[in-house]
Design a protein around this ligand. Structure first.
Ligand code: UTP
Length: 476
């Protein structure tokens, strides 16, 4: 039988070893391997090997001309109260007009949490143990009701968790959302390579493939037809957030309004870094463009630099992975061409594989490289980017690790503090410690109130007011 052209192409690219065990596979496994291999852009792998792996490849970033990015201060911190008010109104108008959709990236592997299943199915709320997906679904439902326009919700999955994610939504009847407005699509994959750029096999018949990073969302939105659907529905504003952060105000009128009024193609929220070495990206400018520099790429001297005029950290603006995108911008980024492309980053990892003789190898130190794109790398390509300040406690408490920092415990406590703040703002008396944490669990359903404003409205209407005590659950 003639050799499939794909195998010949791999051989020409120096990747013929991928098919070393081909003859030993069943016809079905052969087909599967060919189909996985067909996903790989061999030119891209050769280019990444040259630029990111070759000896002498320039790794560290060029930091010439780097400066902190300007951002819109919160009103309480001296920001322009009128401009914030106008932004909120503009955002509400966009929401009422149905121009906005929600977008959750949920294709990550969640290795640090070590939870078996899609991360969105992880239970997070203090009393009802609602899952991350349920929290977002209810927030989106409530926002749709508030603005009189049900929202579309796009969810990016990976090959590994797509079926389980869809099944979870079906099992839970889409948490009351209209099924036709919830859209799942898979992100792309990249093969892992060894330190010489050779594609790694996971088994004799499968490649070591992994998701291509949250930056892969831009091309996946295009490839999946999601952008076409948005065009059809009159949606041109996409509100982006991560699956691990239940505190996020995924539908935030002021944020959307800043984006609209400034004619921004990509807008971002920042929080003041909690301490100099906090592991977040830093909003900066370079050559007149906004950029996010990862903490791992920013030398300690920059991270700790003190602003000579204002005092405090000079590089203060931390990225919390909350953005608003113009859909035309996403399409432009996805199509690429002429220097318009997200770069890939290299991550050295321990990758289970097989050796040339077909023996299983379980490495105890990094033996290969995964390639990932980061969504914030789109920022320098965007026209009129806006960065606005938000309070960490209003928007950010991710579940990343099983224990310690950014874990289920810290996230639960931050939710309790948020519910308590809302209650106190409404005049309720709630005992708390110095950090604002109550001594017992209370919970607010997003359907009752999903942000400060919606809670305040619902609380005002509530009569009689319930007794504030352990186990209080406010719902509609
Ligand atoms: P993280 O950087 O926290 O990665 O993703 P992760 O894969 O979820 O977790 P670890 O590092 O293995 O522990 C941040 C967000 O980006 C999404 C994740 O689902 C999460 O919402 N993401 C990440 C993707 O959608 N695709 C990817 O390829 C990577």
């Amino acid at each position: 039988m003639a050799k499939p052209p794909l195998i010949e192409a791999f051989e020409r690219a120096g990747q013929g070893h991928v098919f070393a065990f081909f003859e030993q596979l069943t016809p079905a496994d052969q087909q599967q391997l060919l189909s996985d291999a067909a996903e790989i852009d061999l030119g891209e792998i050769a280019h990444l090997t040259q630029t990111l792996l070759a000896k002498g490849a320039v790794t560290g970033l060029n930091l010439d001309g780097l400066a902190p990015a300007p951002y819109e201060l919160r009103p309480e911190k001296g920001g322009d109260v009128k401009a914030w008010g106008a932004a909120k109104t503009a955002g509400e108008v966009a929401l009422r007009a149905g121009r906005v959709a929600a977008f959750t990236v949920a294709g990550g592997q969640g290795t640090r949490l070590g939870y078996d299943g899609p991360k969105g199915t992880f239970p997070v709320t203090p009393i009802k143990q609602k899952t991350l997906f349920q929290v977002f679904a209810e927030k989106i439902r409530a926002a749709g009701a508030r603005y009189g326009k049900p929202l579309h919700w796009f969810i990016m999955t990976s090959n590994a968790n797509h079926a389980a994610t869809e099944a979870f939504f079906i099992e839970h009847a889409f948490f009351g959302l209209e099924k036709a407005r919830v859209h799942f699509f898979r992100q792309g994959r990249m093969p892992a390579v060894d330190l010489d750029g050779k594609i790694l096999l996971e088994t004799k018949g499968t490649l070591a493939m992994s998701p291509d990073g949250h930056g892969g969302s831009l091309r996946a939105l295009d490839r999946s037809g999601a952008l076409d659907l948005m065009d059809k529905e009159g949606i041109d504003i996409l509100s982006y957030f991560q699956v691990d952060n239940p505190l996020v105000r995924g539908i935030d009128p002021a944020f959307i309004g800043w984006h609209v009024l400034r004619g921004s193609e990509m807008s971002s929220k920042m929080v003041a870094k909690a301490y100099a070495g906090e592991k977040v990206g830093h909003f900066c400018t370079q050559n007149g463009q906004a950029v996010v520099i990862e903490y791992s790429d920013l030398p300690k001297s920059y991270q700790e630099e003190i602003d000579p005029v204002m005092g405090g950290l000079r590089y203060l603006a931390g990225s919390i992975a909350i953005h608003v995108f113009d859909t035309k911008f996403i399409r432009r980024m996805a199509k690429g061409g002429a220097g318009v492309a997200l770069p890939f980053h290299r991550a050295d990892k321990k990758i289970p594989t097989i050796d040339a003789a077909g023996n299983v190898v379980k490495p105890d130190k990094p033996n290969g490289v995964k390639f990932e794109m980061f969504v914030f790398d789109a920022l320098p390509f965007a026209k009129n980017p806006v960065i606005i300040e938000t309070r960490r406690e209003d928007d950010f408490s991710p579940v990343k690790n099983a224990e310690g920092l950014d874990s289920p415990v810290t996230c639960r406590d931050d939710q309790l503090r948020q519910f308590t703040r809302w209650l106190k703002a409404g005049g309720a008396v709630v005992p708390t410690d110095a950090t604002g944490l109550p001594p017992f669990a209370v919970e607010v359903s997003p359907l009752f109130g999903y942000d400060e404003d919606s809670f305040a409205d619902a609380w005002k209407r509530l009569s009689p007011k319930p007794e504030i005590k352990a186990g209080l659950y406010l719902a509609v």
